[in-house]
Write a protein that binds this ligand. Structure first.
Ligand SMILES: NC(=O)c1ccc[n+]([C@@H]2O[C@H](COP(=O)([O-])OP(=O)(O)OC[C@H]3O[C@@H](n4cnc5c(N)ncnc54)[C@H](OP(=O)(O)O)[C@@H]3O)[C@@H](O)[C@H]2O)c1
Length: 233
């Protein structure tokens, strides 16, 4: 099952899995873009009220879900004049993943086997005025998946958190995109994780170091912000 399969990394991954002989069920709001005997598309919004029931029905029909990759995600630039998008980013990037675990994870636990992969981001380390909801929702997702990996392992279920830098899709809106990889390269990273099933992968590694450095700079800015606030008051 690939959640967020109509575009970007999810689409590239679905194509690679189908070529490797997997049967794939894809979920997204848009109609499916793949015509293949092994592919079934479900049009659904992960942030809608009916999502959990819909997913429960799909899992019951499938019987066994070996792999679920949560690729659905959105990122909105911050607009102080309109904060309505903030909640939606958390609903899709974080709550949607938790709802998916609630249903698919339960099905995998009942099977005693399975692999849940979530696409997070290196932005999970950033203090970002440009997109607070994106970095915070990804921080929540990374933290959740890392802990979930330990919680579900005794039940036979593997969990992997993948942190990408820039990937060449419509999601990558920054004017500067160092070390950007293609959606197909990103799909290749996910496929390699299916063999080793690590708890976390950050790719590209050099980008992860760079972002970690910016993360520390952001922490310093927060600390200095606190100091000057303390002095002023
Ligand atoms: N591109 C990057 O630079 C980058 C870097 C790090 C991490 N990531 C993460 O990788 C994941 C995939 O990103 P991408 O670059 O492939 O983005 P993308 O090209 O924009 O694709 C996002 C996918 O999520 C689906 N989606 C969005 N909202 C949804 C909703 N409410 N319900 C169901 N499906 C929904 C979209 O389909 P519909 O619009 O049809 O619903 C689409 O298939 C995201 O979680 C993103 O945060 C991306």
């Amino acid at each position: 099952m690939i959640v967020g399969t109509s575009d970007g990394i999810g689409l590239a991954l679905t194509r690679r899995l189908l070529a490797d002989g997997w049967r794939v069920v894809g979920v997204s709001r848009s109609p499916g873009r793949i015509e293949h005997a092994g592919y079934q598309h479900v049009q659904c919004d992960v942030a809608s009220d009916g999502y959990v029931d819909r997913l429960t029905g799909i899992c019951a029909d499938l019987g066994v879900v070996d792999l679920c990759v949560y690729c659905a995600g959105i990122g909105e630039g911050f607009d102080p004049e309109d904060l309505t998008a903030e909640g939606r980013v958390f609903a899709v990037n974080l709550a949607g993943a938790v709802s998916t675990v609630q249903v698919v994870g339960a099905s995998m636990v009942a099977q005693g086997v399975g692999h849940f992969v979530g696409l997070s981001s290196m932005a999970d380390r950033l203090v970002s005025g440009a997109s607070p909801s994106y970095s915070a929702s990804k921080a929540g997702l990374s933290s959740y998946l890392r802990s979930l990996a330990f919680a579900l392992r005794p039940a036979g279920v593997y969990v992997t958190n993948i942190r990408f830098g820039f990937v060449d899709t419509k999601m990558a809106k920054s004017p500067i995109k160092p070390m950007m990889i293609s959606a197909d390269q990103a799909a290749g990273v996910v496929l390699r994780c299916l063999k080793r099933r690590p708890i976390q992968v950050s790719y590209p590694k050099r980008m992860a170091w760079l972002v970690a450095m910016f993360g520390w700079l952001g922490t310093l800015r927060v600390l200095f912000g606190r100091v000057s606030f303390g002095r002023a008051s």
